[in-house]
Design a protein around this ligand. Structure first.
Ligand code: BJW
Ligand code: ZN
Length: 247
């Protein structure tokens, strides 16, 4: 099932990175962004995922996040998430770098997780910066306002044109550059600067492996492309690690 090159790389690897995107959570029932069933077939990103859009129409943007926050209350991590949490116990250094905001890696038990595009369970006031958990924000019947300064509260996610969180980004670049193996999982790899990480890892010497149900923009730069579902392939990879490799 897996190439002998990959199994021998896995055997030698000390530092491994899993870089994940929306496809990672697809089998949990979280819609992806692009592609046939992607949420951006129905909603326009420029009308929802930018600060300008939020200021223009906070009610509409909040309606979208309310829908997604509610959806996430009913979903669970899938076997792919649990497989990555298992891998953290196997490799001396294992880092999850995710573009996902759904918190499913942590809920599956992964400890080192860098969230490049934020986390939908957190919110903050654009006026004074006060932080709000989902439970703390006032009713979502309208766009919520800060109890301290009446400013608009926004979800703590990264919209187009916004900078990625600096510490997470720097730590992610460092992890990519020291990786022996870098997995790019369930991402279309079109959103930058996140999509530059697989290439940075490769330039720094990592063996770069893509796991996706279809080829992506970056497939031609990969050392290996595994076509299939992450919830299927990752547990099989863990089986190989546990049973055929004596470490
Ligand atoms: C499966 C599967 C299964 C399905 N198993 N696989 C350089 C070049 C070009 C453009 C830019 C650039 N630098 C910056 C830009 C602009 C912009 C950008 O990249 N635009 C491009 C789209 C053209 N980037 C930004 O604006 C970023 N900021 C920035 O660069 O700051 C500097 C700056 C400041 C000021 C001015 C200009 C620059 C910020 C990007 C923020 C992205 N935010 C979002 C929304 C988060 C909040 C929310 O969710 O509401 O993040 S956009 C959306 O896309 C979300 C995702 O994290 C991100 C990536 O999507 P992802 O995860 O790849 O999902 P999909 O749906 O695209 O792909 C799913 C994949 O899974 C598919 O391949 C399927 O085949 C696969 N799949 N089932 C395995 N079971
Ligand atoms: Zn405030």
């Amino acid at each position: 099932m897996f190439s002998s090159r990959l199994t021998s790389k896995l055997k030698e690897a000390a530092s491994v990175v899993a870089f994940t995107g929306a496809g990672m959570s697809a089998e949990s029932g979280v819609p992806t962004f692009r592609g046939e069933d992607g949420i951006w077939k129905k909603f326009k990103p420029e009308e929802l995922a930018s600060f300008d859009a939020f200021i223009r129409n906070p009610e509409v943007v909040w309606e979208w996040y309310k829908y997604r926050k509610q959806l996430l209350l009913s979903v669970q991590p899938n076997p792919g998430h649990f497989a990555l949490a298992e891998m953290e116990k196997i490799f001396p250094q294992f880092t999850v770098i995710t573009q996902n905001i759904d918190n499913l890696h942590r809920r599956a038990g992964s400890g080192t997780v860098y969230e490049l595009h934020g986390n939908i369970e957190r919110n903050y006031c654009i006026g004074c910066g006060m932080k709000y958990s989902n439970e703390e924000i006032p009713s979502l019947d309208r766009a919520p306002r800060c109890a301290q300064c009446s400013g608009l509260i926004r979800p703590d996610v990264v919209w187009f044109g916004e900078l990625l969180p600096v510490e997470e980004w720097n730590a992610s670049v460092a992890a990519a550059e020291r990786a022996d193996i870098f997995f790019s999982i369930g991402t279309s790899a079109v959103v930058y600067p996140a999509a530059s990480l697989p290439v940075s890892a490769k330039h720094a010497g990592a063996y770069v492996v893509e796991i996706n149900i279809e080829p992506t923009e970056l497939s031609h730069q990969m050392d290996e492309v595994l076509l299939g579902k992450s919830g299927d392939l990752l547990p099989r990879l863990v089986d190989v690690l546990k049973h055929s490799l004596v470490r």
